[in-house]
Ligand binder design. Structure first.
Ligand code: PMP
Ligand code: GLN
Length: 388
């Protein structure tokens, strides 16, 4: 194998989904819903296949979907998006993240991101030959109601070679929703160092009041430098479709598009037609999604606490982090291995979402996904209460 992949092990998601299957465990590990998205959207995809929309879509994405993405941005964020010069449709947010790094970052550049991070960031930074500079998010404490970052640590991570800041809000796995004040601080720092921003917003519609999702690209100073990445996987409970997109000002979008044309060229055509219909669902769908997940969040939070775990309340996403530091295990991997084989519940050990320097910060945590039916959440809680 090439050097660039030799340090990669099987992703933790595949590993723990396989362990869950082997042990017959309830799988609260890998983040995917155990239910499907709206029937109307699935039917739109079937219609598109039946009616012959089965050849290559336009490289930048089907125009109908690009228009729907622009309309969605105006509806929810008051953001003006030109569907012809500011949007590229990708095969999931995963491709959008790679295209953005390929399009904007040179070998030897530095990329700043927060820990814990979504694991593809680290691998993709390696792919483009850049160096990651990680800043850890700190858990809630007496002075902070939510996960927070030390501004001096962020300042120290920026330097002359910094090319890109990767943001993720709502954040996987902490559930943090970045505030206007935090984003304004980051915007100033990026302007000062002429740094571009990749804003990963795949959980944009899974946010719990009073928290509100802010699109960084709508803040002063960020519009010109931000590549917004999202996808339909979480919003429409269709993670297997892998339809994502990039929204960026024309010069940045042009750079991303140049990469995209030689990564996948185009994304599955009939699914793009259906995704356009999905993005046009009425407000009630989106409000309903947040309410639907709020009930699941409460169910799992209560259950984890009844099982004796200290669980942090997420403001967004469909993940809960629990503090497992004082439960007598060597680390998070040992805890999660025990949980899956002896207790019958799969969770994800978050230390893999940290670089070597701060890995210990993840070793006292476990991540539980609540994008599951009530019966599955209840069975997981029953097992945790009996077996922990
Ligand atoms: N970013 C984050 C933070 C995620 O949690 C995920 C989903 N696993 C992705 C990106 C990838 O999204 P997609 O499935 O659309 O490629
Ligand atoms: N985003 C999902 C998670 O964080 C799964 C992603 C994957 O399987 N690669 O669990």
């Amino acid at each position: 194998a090439a050097q660039r992949v030799t340090r990669f092990a099987t992703t933790v998601f595949s590993e723990f989904s396989a362990l869950a299957a082997k042990h017959g465990a309830v799988n609260l590990g890998q983040g995917f819903p155990d239910f499907d998205g709206p029937d109307a959207i699935k039917e739109a995809a079937q219609r598109a296949i039946r009616d012959g929309g089965n050849q290559y879509a336009m490289g930048a994405g089907a125009r109908e979907l690009r228009v729907a993405i622009a309309e969605h941005s105006a509806r929810f964020y008051g953001q003006t998006v030109d569907p012809d010069t500011m949007v590229t449709v990708t095969s999931g947010a995963t491709e959008a993240i790679l295209d953005t790094l390929l399009g904007l970052v040179d070998p030897g550049d530095e990329v700043v991101a927060f820990e814990p991070f979504y694991d593809s960031y680290d691998a993709n930074i390696t792919f483009v030959g850049a160096t990651a500079r990680y800043v850890p998010l700190r858990p809630p404490d007496a002075g902070h109601a939510q996960w927070w970052f030390d501004r001096d640590e962020v300042r120290a991570a920026f330097g002359p070679r910094t090319r890109l800041l990767i943001l993720n809000t709502p954040h996987n796995p902490t559930g943090k929703v970045f505030t206007r004040d935090e984003l304004s601080f980051l915007a100033e720092l990026c302007a000062e160092h002429d740094v571009k921003v990749l804003s990963d917003e795949v959980y944009e519609h899974i946010v719990f009041a009073p928290a509100r999702h802010l699109r960084p690209a709508t803040l002063p100073g960020l519009a010109e430098r931000t590549v917004t990445v999202s996808s339909g996987g979480k919003t429409f409970s269709l993670t297997g479709w892998k339809v994502g997109w990039v929204i960026a000002p024309p010069p940045l979008r042009d750079a991303v598009q140049r990469a995209h044309q030689f990564v996948t060229f185009a994304t599955a055509a009939p699914l793009q037609a259906a995704m356009a219909a999905a993005l046009r669902l009425p407000d009630a769908y989106f409000d309903g999604l947040a309410a639907f997940y709020l009930a699941k969040r409460e169910r799992l939070l209560t259950g984890l606490r009844e099982a004796g775990l200290t669980a942090f309340t997420p403001e967004g996403s469909y993940f809960i982090l629990a503090d497992i530091a004082r439960r007598g295990f060597a680390d998070d991997v040992a805890f999660c291995r025990h949980l899956v084989s002896e207790v019958g519940v799969a969770a994800i050990p978050p230390s893999v979402f940290y670089g070597p320097e701060h890995r210990h910060l993840g070793q006292g945590l476990a991540r539980f996904a609540f994008c599951k039916t009530e019966a599955v959440l209840d069975e997981a809680v029953r097992r945790l209460r009996a077996g922990l």
